[in-house]
Design a protein around this ligand. Structure first.
Ligand SMILES: [Zn+2]
Length: 438
């Protein structure tokens, strides 16, 4: 039932065979990238040769149609060029995010990174391609019009001329779309460098927020399906294995049945996407209830979710569980943490609560502790279960709807995500230090 985390920590040691596999993949992709870049150069060369040949032939035969065929050809060549450009960029992003992110510092990350960004096809090549395809097309139209001359064009020549004009316009559109795609990739890279610098404390630019919003909505889709009962053919519980001693939990990512009630309780929307993103950003493990079953993991004494939580905590030797929920719109609190009522679920680790409180406070959040109804004090809450049955500290955190509405309030969501990333990072850091000092 396990879904392996695709974003293992760059610092974690990955097994040698996995590393070999990644390196082989890197090699194959690098080769493909190079071949495609070569092909792009050939396409450009071919366009220029064809342009020269058709122009010469047309002028010699004093035939406008021969010249006017060129823009049409240029359009097809630009489609092929753009396709390859797209693939080259995709491969670049894949190498960076899927391979280098896993192999990490051990294999000269910076070296690869520089190679990537100053690759064969920078924006100068892109401009050159635009200039060649569009410019030569326009010249062909002009030469065609002069050769005719245009005043003596018959009906077939007029049709050809209009088609040539349309081809040039289409070529412009085709080459423009690639530029936007490249811009998207750049935004991803920028966001990444923010995260690198100081754990996400740097101000969020609109480009980052847009990227986060789109990513969040994409992740949430699987839970939102079928009226928020989740993807029926998918895993009922999503399980992400990280490399820190922290486990994130989102038991209410989809609608759930509390006891024998006939109608399900609403989902704590976007807590599922939040757990996935936080796991990816912090390398924590995560458990997410991904489609509605008969169980309410935060209320039933036992069930599949709790069994899997036990397995995950044992397997990862986790030492802290952070359980995510949502506060409804009508609630006055921004963030409500539940410790069990008298901090009993923390098992004396009030320092972990302090870390969470401080980082969230620094990010501008107001935090309520053990507000009536939100203390997670029931015997079967995830955090009570974790403390009692698994013997490690746990905390419930409820987030107001305003911070779980990336579609309409992307800045609020991004602010929450970055603040929580910092909290979880610091908690993991605190726990790791104890591990090594013991
Ligand atoms: Zn809940």
């Amino acid at each position: 039932m396990a879904v392996q985390n695709k974003n293992a920590s760059p610092n974690s040691t990955i097994p040698p065979d996995v590393k070999d596999l990644l390196l082989a993949e890197y090699q194959a992709l690098s080769e493909e990238k190079l071949k495609r870049a070569e092909l792009q150069h050939q396409l450009l060369s071919f366009a220029l040769v064809a342009f020269g040949a058709l122009l010469a032939a047309g002028l010699q035969a004093k035939s406008a149609p021969i010249i006017l065929v060129y823009p049409f050809l240029a359009m097809f060549l630009s489609v092929a060029w753009t396709y390859n450009e797209h693939r080259v960029r995709q491969i670049g992003a894949f190498i960076k995010y899927r391979i280098e992110a896993r192999i990490g510092n051990e294999l000269g990350w910076e070296h690869f990174r520089t190679k990537l960004t100053s690759g064969l096809l920078g924006s100068r090549e892109f401009l050159a391609a635009r200039g060649i395809f569009i410019g030569s097309g326009l010249i062909a139209m002009l030469m065609g019009a002069l050769t005719g001359p245009i005043t003596k064009f018959g009906i077939s020549e007029i049709i050809l001329f209009v088609l040539a004009a349309l081809s040039v316009i289409l070529t412009t559109v085709i080459l423009r779309r690639t530029k936007i795609r490249i811009k998207e990739l750049k935004e991803l890279k920028e966001r990444d460098s923010h995260m690198d610098e100081d754990g996400g404390r740097k101000g969020l630019e609109s480009a980052d927020v847009t990227t986060i919003r789109d990513e969040t909505i994409k992740y949430e889709k699987q839970f939102a399906k079928n009226g928020y009962t989740g993807e029926h053919l998918g895993l009922s519980i999503l399980h992400i294995e990280g490399s820190t001693p922290v486990v994130l939990s989102a038991p209410h990512a989809v609608k759930h049945y509390r006891r024998d009630r006939s109608d399900p309780e609403d989902a704590d929307i976007y807590t599922g996407a939040l757990a996935i993103q936080l796991a990816s950003l912090t390398k924590a493990s995560a458990l997410i209830n991904a489609h509605t079953s008969k169980e309410d993991p935060n209320d039933d004494a036992d069930g599949e979710y709790k069994r899997q939580l036990r397995d995950l905590v044992t397997q990862k030797q986790a030492r802290f569980v952070l359980d995510f929920h949502g506060l409804a719109q009508k609630q006055p609190m921004q963030i409500a943490v539940g410790t069990g009522g008298k901090r009993e679920n923390l098992l004396g680790r009030t320092d972990l609560l302090d870390v969470l409180r401080n980082t969230l406070k620094n990010a501008g959040f107001e935090i309520a502790e053990d507000a009536p109804g939100f203390a997670a004090s029931g015997p079967n809450t995830i955090s009570s279960f974790t403390r009692r049955e698994l013997g490690i500290p746990a905390l419930q955190i409820e987030v107001h709807k305003d911070y779980r509405d990336p579609r309409n309030k992307p800045h609020e969501y991004a602010k929450l995500l970055y603040a929580l990333k910092k909290s979880v990072d610091e908690i993991a850091e605190t726990l790791k230090k104890e591990c090594t000092s013991k």
